[in-house]
Design a protein around this ligand. Structure first.
Ligand code: PDD
Length: 279
């Protein structure tokens, strides 16, 4: 694989970053994942805008140059012959010197790394069979709207879900579902799509925005509000959205079948329109 580090395209085994980088020492970094289908980028604009927002919220010394970023993304797709998969982009605050909680805001030169990863995203088994989730307490920090690389709790939650025979975890705060470990969460009840409203409690998904636009085009009813675990158990349908999963059906929550226990119609329709609109 050819990867990108601070201006250079390198074979992956020649790419290096300092051990003093604050991304490594403090998880002081932000990222974006853009999906690629037929060599084309999906939702690039939204990802790049969110990247700048994350940087600004953390007062990182970063001015995202959109055309330059697009160029690097395209170059990586080309050099790696990427047909389906994703491009991972990570900015860390960089290496200001010694390990210190405080950092010099102006002088720190950020570190930018990017790489590609092949992954089947269209015509997946998940689309066909759906996912099983378990609910777990949401123990993440309070600024989940910032896409930071501190992903330890979501990783542990995913492992716990797998240990319980499921695919993913839906995280819960005060009895209400926040989101999945790496996706936004939805239920459907009596034809209405319910998903948590945007706040600091969840990531403002780029796919979420597109899927809600699709719902509007299909004249489906949408309520943006928190929903409880009990509401999820009683839902007719459930699904999750993310850059690489589009709208993935959820067929089981905590061992209980959702509706018929088969992937639902609403998520299938949304998925179809999303693909039509974005590819
Ligand atoms: N995850 N919520 C969380 C916590 C996420 O990590 C993600 C994305 C989403 C969906 O956002 P989007 O639609 O913009 O991909 C929601 C990425 C894909 C990841 O960490 O790999």
């Amino acid at each position: 694989r050819t990867v990108y580090v601070n201006g250079d395209y390198l074979p992956e085994n020649e790419a290096t970053v300092s051990i003093f980088d604050r991304g490594f020492l403090f998880a002081d970094g932000i990222y974006e994942v853009t999906t690629v289908v037929d060599g084309k980028l999906i939702g690039f604009d939204g990802h790049i805008k969110r990247l700048q927002r994350s940087a600004d919220e953390l007062k990182m010394n970063i001015k995202v140059d959109e055309p330059e970023m697009l160029e690097i993304h395209r170059e990586l797709v080309k050099r790696n012959n990427l047909d389906q998969g994703m491009i991972y982009l990570q900015y860390t605050r960089g290496n200001p010197g010694d390990r210190d909680f405080a950092f010099p805001p102006e002088d720190t030169k950020p570190t930018l790394v990017m790489f590609t990863q092949e992954k089947k995203v269209v015509g997946t088994a998940v689309e066909e069979n759906g996912l099983k989730v378990v609910t777990l307490e949401d123990l993440r920090w309070g600024r989940r709207d910032i896409k930071t690389v501190q992903l330890l709790y979501p990783s542990l939650a995913k492992m716990e879900a797998k240990a319980r025979g499921a695919d993913d975890a839906w995280m819960v705060q005060d009895g209400f579902v926040t989101e999945g470990t790496s996706n936004n969460a939805y239920i459907v009840k009596d034809g209405t799509i319910i998903t948590r409203h945007l706040s600091n409690d969840i990531l403002h998904g780029i796919t979420r925005k597109s899927i809600l636009a699709c719902a509007q085009l299909l004249q489906m009813k949408v309520e943006e509000r928190p929903f409880t675990v009990d509401e999820a158990y009683a839902a007719d349908e459930a699904f999750a959205t993310s850059a690489s999963g589009f709208a993935n059906p959820i067929v089981e929550i905590d061992g209980k079948k959702v509706g018929s226990g088969k992937p639902g119609e609403v998520s299938a329709k949304l998925r179809e329109l999303y693909i039509e609109e974005n590819m």
